[in-house]
Design a protein. Structure first.
Length: 318
């Protein structure tokens, strides 16, 4: 076990000299200058507590093959694949010590299920993020009241999901980026939204900071234009799907709960230790759906290192 730790520590220090020295890691310091003498064996340092954002960026670079390993470590005969695996395992161990952050996001409100979602947020003392369609808020007095409930609830933050929801004709909507952006601007004005945060209807697109991830190219020009106008665009890591005819959630609570646990564990989300769950307001318009949502929140709250966050704080940084 000692030999294995030594190999991992040595390989990380050898191959990542471009990122940090063997004596100091960004955000932390360590006295790793162990010198072997006839009477003293080398000291093996425990893994250094590192800044989570730094670890997230390092893992992203590793996954995108931006970190290049030599053909072979001539001293310890460590193959590049093994060195990469050792580094990834080391980063995973550090990230697993950190808190995990969950973003419960709801699209298309206000709809019939919005009032129940608002009540569940209050009853469970849980932060929720609502991506709203301004056209829906003007469809009836009840839906307008439901929007106002959202906007007054400190546990709910409201964001932009367009004015018309593209009238559900997504390809045509995104074929004219200028008109599409005008639709988002109209939503912002109509609902008095205070944050320039968007989720694009029918598209799982991310665009913020140095992140740009596009699922379908037909929305890319609109996304870039929104970004140029100061908007941040957020997609999702996992979707709790809605049945097209009944409006009920498709997967069980256990399926979604297990998926969230697995993705947080294997770091397969866009940003490690952060997971965005997509749902839709009309999934929770009846008692059964509301019980499922409450059940999911209760299941996730069993974990003391899980924290519910607003999408405006994504990704959570320490």
């Amino acid at each position: 076990m000692l030999k294995k730790k030594l190999l991992i520590t040595f390989s990380i220090s050898l191959f990542l000299g471009a990122f940090y020295s063997c004596n100091q890691i960004v955000g932390s310091t360590t006295t790793a200058n162990a010198v072997e003498t006839p009477d003293q064996k080398p000291e093996i340092e425990e893994p250094v507590q590192q800044d989570t954002l730094y670890l997230m960026d390092k893992l992203d670079s590793l996954n995108r093959n931006l970190i290049v390993f030599p053909a072979v470590d001539s001293l310890n005969k460590i193959e590049p694949k093994q060195a990469k695996r050792n580094l990834r395992d080391s980063i995973y161990r550090e990230l697993n010590k950190k808190d995990k952050h969950i973003y419960l996001t709801f699209d298309d409100g206000p709809l019939i299920g919005s009032r129940a979602i608002d009540s569940i947020a209050t009853a469970k003392d849980t932060k929720l993020s609502a991506f709203l369609v301004a056209k829906h808020a003007n469809m009836s007095k009840r839906l307008k009241n439901d929007f106002e409930r959202y906007s007054k609830n400190p546990l709910v933050e409201c964001y932009n999901h367009s004015y018309t929801h593209a009238n559900n004709r997504f390809h045509a909507f995104y074929s004219n980026p200028e008109l599409a952006v005008a639709d988002f601007e109209r939503c912002e004005e109509a609902l008095g939204l205070k944050q320039k945060i968007v989720r694009m209807p029918g598209r799982n697109i991310w665009l913020f900071d140095d992140v740009r991830r596009v699922d379908l190219t037909s929305g890319s020009q609109t996304a870039d234009l929104l970004g140029a106008n100061g908007y941040r665009i957020y997609g999702w890591d996992v979707e709790w799907k809605i049945h097209g005819l009944s409006g009920n959630p498709v997967q069980s609570v256990n399926e979604i709960y297990t998926r969230i646990r697995t993705m947080l564990g294997n770091k397969s989300t866009l940003k490690p230790n952060n997971i965005v769950l997509l749902m839709h307001d009309d999934m929770f318009q009846n008692k059964k759906g509301q019980q499922l949502l409450s059940g999911l929140i209760d299941s996730l709250k069993q974990h003391k290192d899980y924290h519910f966050e607003f999408i405006s704080t994504y990704p959570h940084k320490y």
